[in-house]
Design a protein around this ligand. Structure first.
Ligand code: TYC
Length: 112
C-alpha cells in the first residue's frame, strides 16, 4: 500500500498546477450486514415460530423456544445477521412458509 501518491499530468512544460492526487490505499470496506427480525402477532402458534427458527435459522429447540418467547414478550427480536442476499432469502423463505400455513407471521430485514 503506497498511500497517497502525486501523479503529474503529461504537460510538456511539467508545471505542477494540474497535478492530481491519486489515493492508492487499499479499500477495506466490508459489505453491509442486515438484521433479520421476527415480529410478534396474536395468532401465529408458538410451536410454528419454533419450527421456523429451527428450520430457517439453524437453532436447536431450546434456543428457538427462547427466541420465540423474546419475540412474544418484546414484540420483535433479531434472529440472525446476514449479507443482503442471504437476509432477503431468509425473509422470503419465512414469509412463504407462513403464507402456506395461513399464519400472519411477519419477518423483516434492516441494515445493521
Ligand atoms: N404471540 C403468539 C401467540 O401468543 C406467538 C408468537 C411468537 C407469534 C413469536 C409470532 O414472531 C412470533 N400465539
Amino acid at each position: 500500500m503506497a498511500g497517497l501518491v502525486f501523479k503529474m499530468t503529461d504537460k510538456p512544460d511539467g508545471d505542477n498546477d494540474q497535478d492530481v492526487l491519486v489515493d492508492t490505499r487499499a479499500k477495506t470496506e466490508r459489505p453491509p450486514l442486515y438484521k433479520v427480525m421476527l415480529l410478534n402477532d396474536d395468532y401465529t402458534p408458538m410451536e410454528f415460530v419454533v419450527i421456523v427458527l429451527e428450520r430457517f435459522f439453524g437453532m436447536d429447540q431450546t434456543q428457538a423456544f427462547e427466541i420465540m418467547l423474546t419475540v412474544h414478550k418484546k414484540g420483535l427480536a433479531v434472529v440472525g445477521v446476514f449479507s443482503h442476499e442471504v437476509a432477503e432469502t431468509k425473509v422470503a423463505q419465512v414469509m412463504d412458509f407462513a403464507r402456506q400455513h395461513q399464519h400472519p407471521l411477519q419477518c423483516t430485514m434492516e441494515k445493521e
